[in-house]
Design a binder for this molecule. Structure first.
Ligand code: ZN
Ligand code: ZN
Length: 274
């Protein structure tokens, strides 16, 4: 016997709440349907939902291409949008917190399909974390790797401080508290420490040359003001480059031209301390 029309109407309005654009398939008898769900990184996951005959009194069963089995919190008043919501949010936002704040070495590509993260702790030490996908903010399972003496003291801290783990704090914060140390961040966070090449001569340092006076062997000392460019140059290179361009204007001892990368105005003194 086909479902009553009231059942159709009810399910249709629930699909409406999720958004028809996310619906991939729907069985004629409404026994199952699939949604395409985007995670916080914009990656699509397929979520298959089976509706029991006495839905919504009984919870639907959900399967998806994610590393965890979702234990649904369900009541008679729950709706499909609650399923879609529960399905992902906490787990993915926790993984994002980890990827944003810590030095993840494995998986090398940030992945929403994996529930583990191996992170660098410094001093050649690594920590493999298995995040509980059903309760991502809970204490993770972990395994330390590295030189024995350092790892031993980390394990000691871990055991001593295990009770300090709290849901009120973010995952990276909890980890730092429990290990009693500050943890290295992702490589991009250290970007400013990296040495920068000049955008004109492509070298980090000018040659060591007496003719260059104070500039001899120096690092780039000029940065384009355009925040979207921020390209670094040796002011010496920029000056030579501006001099070779016919549109460059000089006023007193300053050359006015355009950044070779973004064309925003740049200005550099003609005679530096040579
Ligand atoms: Zn240069
Ligand atoms: Zn620029």
């Amino acid at each position: 016997m086909p479902p009553a029309s009231s059942f159709y109407r009810a399910i249709y309005s629930e699909i409406e709440e999720v958004g028809w654009e996310y619906l991939i398939s729907l069985r004629d008898d409404l026994s199952s349907l699939s949604f395409r769900v985007l995670d916080t990184k914009g990656k699509a996951h397929i979520m298959d939902i089976e509706l029991p005959k006495n839905y919504p009194k009984f919870a639907p069963s959900v399967t998806a291409d994610v590393p965890f089995v979702c234990e649904l919190k369900w009541s008679e008043n729950s709706r499909l949008k609650d399923v879609v919501h529960q399905f992902s949010e906490e787990f993915w936002s926790t993984m994002d917190d980890i990827d944003r704040a810590l030095l993840v070495v494995d998986p090398s590509q940030q992945s929403h399909a994996a529930s583990f993260r191996q992170i660098g702790l410094g001093n050649d030490c690594y920590l493999l974390l298995s995040i509980n996908a059903n309760d991502p903010r809970s204490l993770p399972e972990c395994r330390f790797f590295g030189p024995d003496n350092i790892v031993d003291s980390m394990i000691k801290n871990w055991r001593k401080n295990i009770k300090r783990w709290t849901r009120d704090k973010s995952f990276p914060e909890n980890l730092a508290n429990i290990l009693e140390t500050s943890l290295p961040g992702p490589p991009d966070a250290n970007k400013d420490d990296r040495q920068i090449d000049c955008g004109i001569c492509y070298a980090q340092c000018l040659p060591v040359d007496d003719e260059l006076g104070g500039m001899s062997g120096s690092a780039p000392d000029y940065t384009c003001d355009n925040p979207n460019c921020s390209r670094a140059f040796h002011s010496l290179c920029l000056r030579d480059w501006l001099r070779s361009i016919t549109t460059t204007r000089q006023s007193f001892d300053v050359l006015f031209g355009n950044c070779p990368y973004c064309s925003e105005p740049v200005a550099v003194k003609v005679n530096n301390s040579e």
